[in-house]
Design a protein around this ligand. Structure first.
Ligand SMILES: [Zn+2]
Length: 338
């Protein structure tokens, strides 16, 4: 399949309802308070006792109320969370308290959640600010970012204190089927996607999105990390799955055409890298001064600035590793030349 198809067209699940996709798999859509205004969650039939939730949503608006309506029809047996981000992990502790459904996630994601929530080491807003300052973000934009405080802890006010560890390659039995854990990185340290060969379904989380490109991130504890290489290597693993696999993404609509999507994402990042190298050939640039070149849209709100800076640094680290740009530090600010 060389293009992307949306087998359910424009049909979306109504708020507080779950839409049947393939036998034993349901689609839920919850609101988000960002430019990206929704997240998809999934229910997998887990035998006679109930349903396994994949991801949980954020504590905002009617999300808890929607969950209460849903769990009246779909009692939860357990929760699998793909990664630590607030829209995925946010309500896990609340759902555990409400339903008793225990949490499963990879260890690196769980520990990263704890580190950001508790500001351990450089997993703190101050360290992130310092990283962005070193990469040329203006004092004004740094101040706006700092005003957010610990946005992570607001999004994930509580984290379950026990959980089951999911591991790469593990076959998780959920009801009638096995789902294979496919870990990936670059977006986050150990994202878990789930693949069911019997159903031909991939729950891709944030690693396989149909229309927007996944944020590729560098954070203050690993400032020189080549996250873009990690991300590209991770998505290439989806090429090994059958071409007609139904992909269930965290944002956007269920689709077929993962191979076409992997190719498009590779091209997207190759094009962005070429743009950055061209810009760094004409004059030295910081990550911050490259933002208008990397993103041809408005990214001035603090939430988007955070992801955009992180992504710009990831691209520069990737290019530096390949010898395509060189860094020079002057007055505590990193500038790059091609
Ligand atoms: Zn994410």
């Amino acid at each position: 399949m060389s293009f992307i198809q949306y087998p359910y067209g424009d049909t979306l699940p109504q708020p507080g309802t779950a839409m049947a996709l393939v036998p034993g798999v349901r689609w839920i859509r919850m609101p988000l308070p960002y430019a990206l205004n929704h997240i998809n969650l999934w229910l997998i039939e887990d035998g006679a006792e109930g349903w396994c939730a994949v991801d949980t949503g954020m504590d905002m608006g009617d999300v808890k109320q929607h969950w209460q309506t849903l769990t009246a029809h779909y009692p939860l047996t357990r929760q699998i969370v793909t990664h630590y981000h607030p829209d995925h992990l946010g309500l896990a502790a609340w759902l555990l308290e409400q339903t008793g459904a225990p949490l499963a996630m990879t260890q690196a994601e769980y520990l990263t959640a704890q580190a950001f929530a508790n500001e351990i080491g450089n997993y703190s807003p101050q360290a992130t600010g310092e990283l962005f300052r070193r990469h040329g973000l203006s004092a004004e934009r740094l101040a706006t970012l700092a005003q957010r405080g610990n946005a992570y802890r607001r999004g994930v006010p509580q984290i379950p204190v026990t959980y089951t560890i999911l591991r790469e390659g593990e076959q998780v039995r959920i009801g009638a089927h096995h789902w294979r854990v496919i870990t990936g990185n670059g977006h986050c340290p150990e994202h878990a996607a789930l693949y069911c060969a019997a159903l031909g379904v991939l729950i891709g989380g944030d690693m396989m999105l149909p229309s927007i490109s996944t944020n590729v991130a560098v954070f203050a504890p690993n400032p020189d990390e080549d996250s873009l290489s990690d991300f590209l290597a991770s998505i290439r693993r989806f090429d090994e799955l059958p071409a007609d696999t139904l992909a269930l993404p965290s944002h956007g609509r269920p689709f077929r055409g993962i191979h076409a999507r992997v190719a498009a994402l590779e091209q997207h990042h190759a094009d962005r890298c070429a743009d950055l190298v061209a810009a760094c050939r004409t004059q030295p640039h910081t990550a911050a001064s490259l933002l208008p070149i990397l993103f041809q849209r408005d990214i001035t709100d603090p939430h988007q600035t955070f992801f955009a800076m992180s992504e710009a640094i990831a691209h520069l680290n990737y290019l530096e590793q390949r010898g395509e740009v060189r860094r020079n530090e002057e007055d505590g600010v990193l500038r790059y030349r091609a």
